[in-house]
Write a protein of this length. Structure first.
Length: 109
């Protein structure tokens, strides 16, 4: 099976794009991660991760309509691709396998 390279932050961003579905754009992704995980996210780190994952084929993007509220700028919406879903599945399988293989005694404190 092909190996997909996903870092922790990339995995969180991909999952958040899935959670937000059709409303997954930069600020919404940042806010969702910060609210759910109580973790600060810099705009630069998020934008770099989004570009990197789009380059890898894990995400695709489209521009929304121009709005007056944004000074005529368009939001860039992200969606998970089939390739991105495979990367998430593989990451989940790896984590689940590790959790399953931890002997109960490892947590006897």
């Amino acid at each position: 099976m092909k190996r997909y390279s996903l870092g922790e932050f990339e995995e969180i961003v991909l999952l958040t794009v899935g959670v937000l579905y059709n409303e997954a754009y930069g600020v919404a992704i940042k806010d969702e991660i910060e609210n759910r995980l109580e973790r600060k996210v810099s705009v630069g780190a998020l934008q770099s991760a989004l570009r990197r994952m789009e380059d890898k084929g894990y995400l695709s993007s489209r521009h929304g309509d121009k709005t007056n509220a944004r000074g005529g700028k368009r939001k860039r919406f992200f969606t998970i691709t089939a390739f991105g879903k495979k990367a998430l599945d593989q990451s989940r399988e790896a984590r689940d396998g590790l959790w399953r293989d931890i002997p109960d005694v490892a947590f006897d404190f």
